[in-house]
Write a protein that binds this ligand. Structure first.
Ligand code: FE2
Length: 213
């Protein structure tokens, strides 16, 4: 069902003919171990909304139906979720967009990663705040975390890194996932930043599962 080569090589795999929540869970389990979100859910249903009833500080609360900025999911975890599995069975005009680290690498200075390693960010969520690095590694695989919604640069290196990353993302044409029904997408959340386009006149529901690194 899954072209794992695509996931390893491109950091993204798109799978057609995923028609149910059970099939999405089966797909997720074929890739890795499901990690429960702090809200207790294995499979979370993201519903587009104007944000008035969303948790404070969440993307829906801040941006409502407008486009979301590019981000890493679960950037506030010690090590963010390795893979994000998303599924949508109905059609939607609203795309999921993504930019890979290899695209970013082509648009930044040579000392970009040196700046990243010296960067300190303050992460603030409604649960609390802590300092963190935008780079991390586990089992010799490294990744980047970036969520401008909850991460603020806390030293000079981070300010430079932040500005350079935003400029690079502005210069890169993102790739798009078109949700045309019964489709699943798996992102390597350590190697891609993703976003959502604006939602127009539709009730969009997308299922999401997080997988361990
Ligand atoms: Fe996200």
């Amino acid at each position: 069902m899954l072209e794992l080569g695509d996931l390893e090589h491109n950091g993204v795999a798109i799978i057609d003919n995923v028609c149910s929540r059970a099939e999405l869970i089966e797909l997720a389990k074929s890739i890795g171990k499901i990690r429960t979100h702090p809200n207790g859910e294995d499979v979370f249903t993201l519903k587009s909304s104007d944000g008035r009833n969303s948790l404070p500080g969440t993307l829906s609360n801040i941006y409502g139906l407008s486009a979301f900025p590019f981000h890493t999911d679960t950037a506030f975890w010690g090590i963010p979720a390795r893979y994000v599995v998303m599924g949508m069975f109905r059609k939607s005009q609203c795309t999921t967009n993504y930019i890979s680290l290899s695209d970013i690498a082509g648009a930044v200075s040579r000392d970009f990663y040196a700046k990243a390693e010296q960067s300190i960010y303050l992460v603030e969520t409604f649960e609390g705040c802590k300092y963190t690095s935008p780079v991390f590694s586990r089992n010799r695989v490294w990744g980047i975390r970036f969520d401008p919604n909850i991460m603020k640069p806390a030293n000079g290196h981070a300010k430079k890194f932040h500005g350079e990353l935003l400029a690079a993302m502005g210069a890169i044409q993102p790739k798009k996932v078109h949700w045309d029904g019964d489709k699943a997408v798996v992102f390597d959340n350590w190697k891609n930043l993703h976003s959502r386009s604006a939602v127009n006149n539709e009730r969009r529901e997308i299922l999401r599962i997080y997988l361990e690194g």
